[in-house]
Design a protein around this ligand. Structure first.
Ligand SMILES: [Zn+2]
Length: 270
């Protein structure tokens, strides 16, 4: 896969990137900011490099719901990008958000409504020290402050379980109740959703629609054209390697989707 992706990236010259219009919506994701080689963590320096690359690409970074609306009505600017952070790690509010705000870049944080009490950690983070800053999750009051400060908040369920593996009623509860809990907390509409680990079926997608979400993001890589369903939007998580990141912006993975689909056997734990 890497070999073909590299070839796809090379056919786009830097000059072509600067002048050519790019249709569709590129959605990017990160999890947390820190120093750990664990696949979930992006160093602050790498985040800044990613943001430099996005700005250098000539992106128009839009708030998520505005991007989804403008994609639907055909007024999406060329090179539109949306920035998202999954899971609700405190490092996003403490480190990423101030940097984004300074650059004037909107972003969405997908929070897990059942994990907003101080001291809670995700099961996959238990191997770290219990007080590790890296694994600390944002608390309810920190989330309120961040929302008041302009960070967009979306739902990432109540307990971050793999929804296709749950009984339908339990999956529905995760989708609906997280929205209600976050709206109660923030006193504002919560209209976008992120499927944990990208786990979505037609039934779960329908549940997201019934719950009233206007947009929902997956972990399927590729750009979102006008016909892409707003409740199964494609999104790529940022890589450490600068050339891989540039390739995401260039849309190489849109063409790689067929290959990826045949290769996807492993389910990431986040
Ligand atoms: Zn997640």
């Amino acid at each position: 896969m890497r070999t073909s992706a590299r070839l796809a990236g090379q056919i786009v010259s830097p000059a072509a990137r600067v002048v050519s219009p790019v249709r569709g919506l590129t959605m990017l994701g990160w999890h947390r900011i820190g120093d750990a080689p664990d696949g979930l963590t992006t160093s602050f320096d790498d985040l800044r490099r990613h943001l430099d690359a996005i700005e250098g690409w000539g992106a128009t970074v839009l708030p998520l719901l505005e991007a989804v609306r403008r994609r639907a009505d055909g007024t999406l600017p060329s090179r539109s990008v949306v920035l998202t952070f999954d899971d609700g790690y405190a490092s996003v509010v403490e480190k990423a958000w101030p940097e984004l705000r300074e650059r004037g870049l909107p972003a969405t944080l997908y929070a897990v409504s059942g994990y907003l009490e101080a001291g809670r950690r995700f099961p996959w983070d238990h191997e770290h020290a219990p007080d590790a800053d890296l694994t600390r999750l944002v608390t309810a009051s920190e989330l309120q402050d961040a929302a008041a400060d302009g960070l967009d908040i979306g739902s990432h369920t109540v307990t971050h379980r793999w929804l296709p593996g749950l009984r339908p009623a339990d999956a529905a509860e995760e989708v609906h109740r997280s929205r209600v809990e976050l709206e109660d907390l923030l006193q504002q509409p919560v209209l976008s959703f992120s499927y944990p680990m990208g786990g979505v079926t037609p039934e779960i997608r329908a549940e997201a629609e019934r719950a009233g979400y206007l947009a929902a993001v997956t972990t399927e890589r590729g750009r979102n054209g006008r016909r892409q369903d707003p409740l199964t939007l494609r999104r790529a998580f940022a890589f450490d390697r600068a050339d891989d990141f540039q390739r995401q912006l260039d849309g190489a993975y849109t063409w790689m989707r067929v290959v990826e689909r045949t290769r996807r056997h492993r389910v990431p734990r986040w």
